[in-house]
Design a protein around this ligand. Structure first.
Ligand code: SF4
Length: 384
């Protein structure tokens, strides 16, 4: 059977830099957007001779894709459609900063077939948004959702961050409740991780801010899980909830099921024909490489064959993130021609002994429901 593919497009431009951010994104470089869009279209077109494959999801991530004009997004979408065979029901997601969503922009996205938008809401509390260095307000998030719906985009995700300095159970409860009241279809929760080089790290080192205690962060996650489930959301992946199976992120499931995907743009990762590809991270180096190389993957800083044992480990680790689907013995056998219990005999014994996993009828392995907060203890079994 043919594999179904996904396409990721990275847009590494942001107007300002949020204090916690360590993504591959840059502020003050918008003057490079025209050259970047040219390079992106050239990189995508390079796949045409090999790309007669069905693509069932496209994801514009960043950075801030909504820094692009509708004319730029149109060019990119036309290039994607001209290169790949998009399925009729393809999920096409676009990440937006809430303050960029005007009625005209939302209509432009909808006209291009973009049918899912992910908004970086992060919090419903004004002081927290300021402390994160976000430039939008809660009101702008609410307006963006209304505007997108009026334009016909009805599949909307919001991201929320927990464990941020100054957050407490009360303010977190307010953020989760507000997200629920906004009637979105999908919620993603991100535990704050303080990364080297971020402005937040410096603020913490200088003692200007302090992180909530770890047990408070755990309680925040548990509270959100309870509230979302009480309001009918299905907890389908460790950090993700959807109102219905139909609204689970098809694109992210592609990663968790370890299925092939193209990654275009600066710093993007792809997994194609059993090779792992990682592009140059800097915008300038990316543009230069695309413009000067005749290779199929012109901007690759890394292009290495995937080791099949590592692929098996990924299937186990990422599969356990999927709380319902998990990993079935049959799928593992069909994919690798080997038995999961033979390949990972020792690891499975450890997991079973620590009650970190459970087997359900039909040979399905899942993370134990009460072990979601310590899932890393399970994942570590599949890391050499
Ligand atoms: S908008 Fe997103 S990508 Fe840009 S700086 Fe903020 S967190 Fe990072």
């Amino acid at each position: 059977m043919d594999s179904v593919y996904s396409v990721y497009i990275h847009v590494p431009f942001c107007r300002t830099r949020c204090f916690y951010c360590d993504f591959n994104t840059f502020a003050g470089k918008d003057y490079l957007i025209p050259d970047y869009v040219n390079a992106l279209c050239s990189e995508i077109t390079r796949q045409k001779p090999y790309a007669d494959v069905p693509v069932h999801s496209v994801y514009f991530g960043g950075g801030t894709p909504s820094r692009l004009s509708i004319a730029d997004v149109t060019r990119i979408m036309e290039t994607v459609r001209g290169t790949f065979r998009l399925t009729l029901d393809a999920e096409i997601t676009f990440e937006c900063n809430p303050c960029d969503v005007t009625a005209e922009y939302a209509r432009g996205l909808a006209d291009l077939g973009i049918n899912r938008v992910s908004l970086g809401m992060q919090s419903a509390v004004p002081e927290e948004l300021k402390r994160m260095g976000r430039r939008h307000t809660l009101e702008q998030t609410a307006e963006a959702i209304e505007t997108l719906r009026s334009a016909g985009i009805r599949n909307i995700n919001v991201d929320l961050i927990y464990g941020y300095p100054g957050q407490n159970m009360e303010s977190w409860e307010r953020s989760v409740r507000t997200a629920i009241e906004l009637c979105v279809q999908h919620v993603s929760l991100y535990a704050l991780s303080v990364e080297e080089g971020s402005a937040l790290r410096k603020q913490l080192e200088m003692g200007r801010l302090t992180l909530p205690e770890e047990d408070v962060t755990v309680s925040m996650y548990e509270l959100a899980a309870r509230m979302l489930s009480d309001h009918g959301f299905r907890h389908y992946e460790i950090s993700n909830w959807a109102v219905d199976e139909a609204y689970e992120s098809r694109h992210n499931k592609q990663y968790w099921f370890v299925q092939p995907y193209y990654g275009f743009g600066a710093g993007a990762h792809g997994w194609i024909n059993d090779r792992r590809i990682r592009n140059e991270g800097s915008i300038e180096a990316y543009i230069r490489k695309v413009n000067t190389s005749g290779e199929r993957f012109p901007a690759a800083a890394e292009n290495i064959p995937q080791d099949s044992h590592i692929e098996m480990q990924d299937v186990m680790m990422l599969g356990l993130r999927m709380l319902h689907e998990g990993i079935t013995e049959q799928r593992f056998r069909e994919r690798f021609g080997e038995e999961m219990r033979d390949v990972f005999c020792r690891e499975l014994r450890h997991l079973e002994r620590k009650n970190l996993v459970r087997w359900t009828p039909g040979g399905r392995l899942q993370l134990a429901p009460d072990k979601v907060m310590v899932a890393n203890q399970a994942f570590i079994e599949f890391v050499d």
